[in-house]
Design a protein around this ligand. Sequence first.
Ligand SMILES: Cc1cc2nc3c(=O)[nH]c(=O)nc-3n(C[C@H](O)[C@H](O)[C@H](O)COP(=O)(O)O)c2cc1C
Length: 187
Amino acid sequence: MKIAGISGSPRKNGSTESIIRHCLSFFQENGYATDLISLHETKISPCIHCDFCKEKPWCSQDEEANRVNTILADADAILVASPVYFGCMTGQLKCLLDKTRPLRRDGMKLKGKIGAAIATGGSRNGGQELTIQNIHAWMLVQGIIIVGDNNHFGGTVHTPFKDDPAGLGTVDGTLTAMHSLLSRISG
Ligand SMILES: Cc1cc2nc3c(=O)[nH]c(=O)nc-3n(C[C@H](O)[C@H](O)[C@H](O)COP(=O)(O)O)c2cc1C
């Protein structure tokens, strides 16, 4: 089975990308194939609502978005992580999620996949849960089955994450929840 991990941070080797790499290592150790989409290197432009994707199942404006969409359509589970920017996901991540509209128009290509979210913030209660809710809204509209951390909403981390064992516990809980559901489905 295949896991796609998205880091919504524009920063190379920031907290979000480091945590997503940690998550993908966990899945590799458990026998999954993984793909990393890191928005510090993958540049997605904002959707301009040209509606081309209502006619053809791809984005006429953005080859990178088409490349990412192929990865997402091929995954069994999608893990989305974002820094908190003013209580919300980053603009970079929102651009990517908007560009998945062709997958929805093309017979709900993400429907039935497993999804989970992680948010990293500079403050302990800086909007991680709100950010996760934003990501969950995208998952619900795409028909993705959401898991939390077997306790609350998913991974909620306060940076620097090395000083946040409780936050890292929610990340590991999210990985365990995703892994156990995928094992039940495939078993
Ligand atoms: C424009 C901007 C807005 C931010 N807003 C918040 C916020 O509302 N709450 C919060 O806890 N941290 C906020 N932060 C801090 C980042 O969420 C935090 O540093 C995060 O861990 C960065 O992740 P990264 O290292 O993966 O880029 C903000 C940072 C920026 C640049």
